[in-house]
Design a protein around this ligand. Structure first.
Ligand code: ADP
Length: 414
């Protein structure tokens, strides 16, 4: 048996040697590079230059078949993997890094083909085809390595299943909170709507009796002025008239809010002298307050095109606030000037209680009060809201600079 095998070995070695040595040497010596390339591609399936691998070298059956079976198994596995990958890619088009998948499919398939050819060469010596497939495998491998290298940062950023689950949980919680907030917001809006409705009805209902009381008090005042016997009641009538004026102001504020909410705050613009208007406002305020000194600074001839009554309302509100929120004696400065942009800037500065920095953004909101102690400072938190709406409707701006305990400067442009 061994003798027979040895005989086979020497026979095949002879075939191999004679074929290999003669052909290889002659091609190498005779042909230039381009001729070799041309020759290579024109005879890609030509097997005449080599013996089948079984006849080249000393193969035992065991060794040869081990080689062939191993290569075949590798080939089968290398074909099955891309098929499985392909079935995944086909079903899941949303898979991230799809191009990498395709490159892997090509790369593994080509690797498998090189093994298949290696097994086939035992009978079919297609060494040119083998080289070509190896070259293609090499190119695709290099491209795959490069693409993988480029994709690594993005792959590292991919979240794990745990991270995704946590994120989903967090999102669910946030959505729940948002829904809860929405419900609360809706409830607050409903409440506000009811409040507006109530305010609208109440202010309209209050208007008529207040007007009637006011008229009666005026008659009484006139009678007290003329009749000496009624002189002792005159101070009480004056006091009642002042309180009724306050009540009227509150009702007007409520009616204004109703108008603003309904988008019915209308302006009647005219040209007027600003200094005169400010002087009127200051005189009005001096009737109720003798303790503060009010200083006015500005061009006496400055004309403004705006709704005179509404600007009067804003000015009076800022002035009464300046007086109200700087208890005791104090200096209040009213200044006005034309700015470079053509708008007029008016400011009212006091040395009063000031406003905490984190509250200055809220004081122009409806019903907002920093000092919610009616026993010290009366008010319902509507004056600045109405003032800001009036100024906004004029296309101007309103704001405040304040230092807690030192005073505030309210300003507006128009
Ligand atoms: P009201 O004075 O009726 O409360 P406003 O809308 O006029 O309402 O003012 C809103 C809030 O802004 C006031 O409650 C007060 O806390 C604050 N505020 C307004 N003006 C001044 C000021 N000159 N100094 C300090 N705080 C002020």
């Amino acid at each position: 048996m061994l003798a027979k095998t040895k005989e086979n070995f020497s026979a095949s070695k002879m075939v191999c040697d004679s074929l290999c040595s003669s052909k290889k040497v002659s091609v190498k010596i005779k042909a230039g590079f381009f001729d070799q390339v041309k020759d290579f591609f024109s005879r890609i399936f030509d097997t005449s230059d080599w013996p089948a691998r079984w006849h080249c070298g000393n193969w035992t059956d065991f060794h040869g078949w081990l080689y062939i079976i191993s290569d075949s198994v590798i080939w089968a596995a290398y074909f099955a993997i891309p098929l499985l990958l392909f079935s995944i890619v086909k079903k899941r088009k949303d898979i991230p890094f799809l191009s990498i998948f395709w490159l892997f499919i090509a790369f593994i398939m080509l690797c498998g083909t090189t093994h298949l050819i290696d097994a086939l060469i035992f009978w079919w010596p297609v060494y040119r085809l083998s080289a070509l497939v190896k070259m293609a495998t090499g190119i695709v491998s290099v491209i795959t390595v490069y693409a993988l290298y480029k994709t690594i940062p993005a792959i590292q950023k991919l979240r794990t299943v745990d991270q995704l689950e946590t994120q989903i949980e967090e999102r669910k919680k946030a959505e729940q909170e948002a829904r809860h907030l929405q419900v609360l917001k809706q409830a607050a809006e409903d409440l506000m709507a009811k409040k507006d409705e109530f305010m609208s009805i109440a202010s309209h209902e209050l208007k008529t009796p207040i007007t009637s009381v006011k008229a009666s008090l005026q008659i009484l005042q006139r009678m007290a002025d003329k009749n000496e016997n009624l002189a002792p009641v005159a101070p009480f009538v004056d006091k009642a008239a002042r309180q009724v004026n306050k009540l009227t102001a509150i009702v007007h504020e409520l009616l204004d809010v109703t108008r603003i909410q309904a988008g019915r705050l209308e302006l009647d613009k005219t040209d007027f002298n600003l200094a005169e208007l400010i002087a009127e406002c200051v005189d009005q305020c001096r009737l109720d307050d003798k303790e503060h000194h009010i200083q006015i600074n500005g061009d006496k001839d400055l004309m403004v095109y705006a709704d005179r009554n509404r600007i009067d309302q804003v000015l009076c509100n800022l002035l009464t606030n300046a007086i109200k929120y700087s208890p005791g004696e104090g200096l209040i400065k009213v200044a006005f000037e034309k700015q470079e942009n053509g708008l007029v800037r008016v400011s009212v500065a006091d040395n009063g209680i000031g406003i905490p920095e984190d509250k200055t953004g809220d004081i122009f909101d409806r019903f907002y009060r920093v000092e919610n102690r009616p026993q010290y400072y009366s008010g319902i938190g509507l004056g600045l809201f109405i003032s800001s709406e009036i100024i906004k409707r004029h296309g101007g701006e309103i704001g405040v600079e304040s230092i807690l305990g030192k005073g505030s400067t309210f300003w507006f442009t128009v």
